[in-house]
Design a protein around this ligand. Structure first.
Ligand SMILES: C[S@@+](CC[C@H](N)C(=O)[O-])C[C@H]1O[C@@H](n2cnc3c(N)ncnc32)[C@H](O)[C@@H]1O
Length: 347
């Protein structure tokens, strides 16, 4: 059986931001090794329910073992969170009190999973979260043009030396393993560059490209709003500036009534705020947490809650494309809750 040494990040802050409460219903879009999920279930017990999603089937296996004590209250789904709305409709799991995204990778994936996420372990250049995905990091490295590689490494890795790296990659390919790639990068830009390894940014870029991480995040954030009940919480922990920018821009945009460009004299967009920011400033781990868990050092937590303007109604399940069950004031009627519990017990 797979087990994990992954230490969840900002747990207390996450539970506070989610305002987790007994009987609440939550979605953990990145259930990983189940650390945050266990904390949410503990806080929402008795009666709490959790839908845990992960693209990685191995993570689901680990989470299932970790959350065994709560098996009657947990539904685990191996899927991409880009399908969040469809998953919630399929399992009749909406609206919810809170949605969590703890982005990036778990220690399970980074520590010698054999899938090439880290240059600290020699492994094939794969980097797919799910074996169902077609394109691997090796495919990108060995088939892209030099210009495409340089652009990808700059865009997703924010790497200033992307051109030199791309030139060396093209010269030295085929490149099949993490060690080969890390050594190629060292030959391109040297082995010492401040505190981060010279391959860090290129590995980040490849992982983002292979898993279309930024696109999936945008899609899922947009879907999350209609899944939240009144005052339901959206909490996102990100680990690099590209993710955090998307989260920040999304939350700030959705917290505004008008998103017209500043030079437009009167509003023409008709946009209505659907969120209220809870964290005006980003929340980061304490020094003690970083000391205990160095992987938490880049974590940034942002949170917002669902609001509804006077003229706005919840989208009905039918409008979302789902079943014809009814809702009352944005929350499920008891009959539907009963049905929901039977889904949990059957899962
Ligand atoms: C940082 S880990 C989460 C750890 C978890 N919070 C815990 O306490 O154990 C991030 C997880 O998100 C998953 N993930 C990343 N992108 C995903 C996506 N688009 N859809 C579903 N899962 C994704 C990864 O497979 C990984 O297991």
């Amino acid at each position: 059986m797979l087990t994990s040494t992954h230490i969840p990040v900002l747990v207390k802050e996450t539970i506070e931001a989610l305002a987790a409460q007994p009987g609440g219903r939550y979605i953990d879009c990145t259930v990983g090794c189940g650390g945050h999920a266990a904390a949410i279930l503990e806080q929402s017990s008795p009666g709490g329910q959790l839908l845990g999603i992960d693209a990685d089937p191995k993570a689901i296996e680990v989470a299932r073992a970790r959350l065994e004590a709560y098996s009657g209250s947990v539904l685990l789904v191996n899927d991409n969170f880009a399908n969040l709305q469809a998953i919630c409709l399929k399992y009749d799991f909406l609206p919810v009190h809170g949605i969590l995204f703890d982005l990036g990778l778990s220690s399970l994936q980074l520590n010698g999973s054999g899938r090439g996420f880290s240059f600290q372990h020699d492994a094939p250049l794969d980097m797919r979260l799910s074996p169902n995905q077609e394109v691997t990091a090796a495919d990108i490295i060995n088939t892209s043009s030099e210009a495409e590689l340089a652009q990808l490494i700059r865009k997703y890795g924010e790497e200033g030396c992307s051109r030199q790296i791309a030139r060396h990659i093209v010269r030295e390919r085929p490149i099949r393993t993490t060690l080969q790639l890390a050594q190629t990068i060292e030959r391109a830009i040297g082995s010492r560059r401040g505190i981060i390894h010279p391959a860090t940014r290129t590995f980040q870029a490849l992982r983002i490209a292979v898993n279309q991480e930024l696109e999936h995040l945008e899609v899922a954030l947009n879907q999350s709003i209609n899944l939240l009940g009144f005052e339901g919480r959206l909490v996102v922990i990100s680990y690099h500036s590209l993710e955090d920018r998307i989260v920040k821009q999304f939350m700030h945009r959705e917290a505004k009534d008008c998103i017209c460009p500043p030079r437009v004299p009167t509003c023409v967009c008709g946009h209505k705020a659907s969120l209220k920011l809870i964290t005006k400033k980003v929340v980061t781990p304490s020094l003690t947490e970083v000391e205990l868990n160095p992987r938490s050092r880049s974590a940034k937590l942002r949170a917002a809650k669902r609001i509804i303007s006077q003229d706005e109604q919840y989208m009905t399940v039918e409008e979302l494309g789902g079943s014809t069950e009814a809702k009352a004031n944005g929350w499920r009627r008891p009959t539907v809750l009963k049905k929901l519990r039977s889904v949990f017990l059957a899962a």
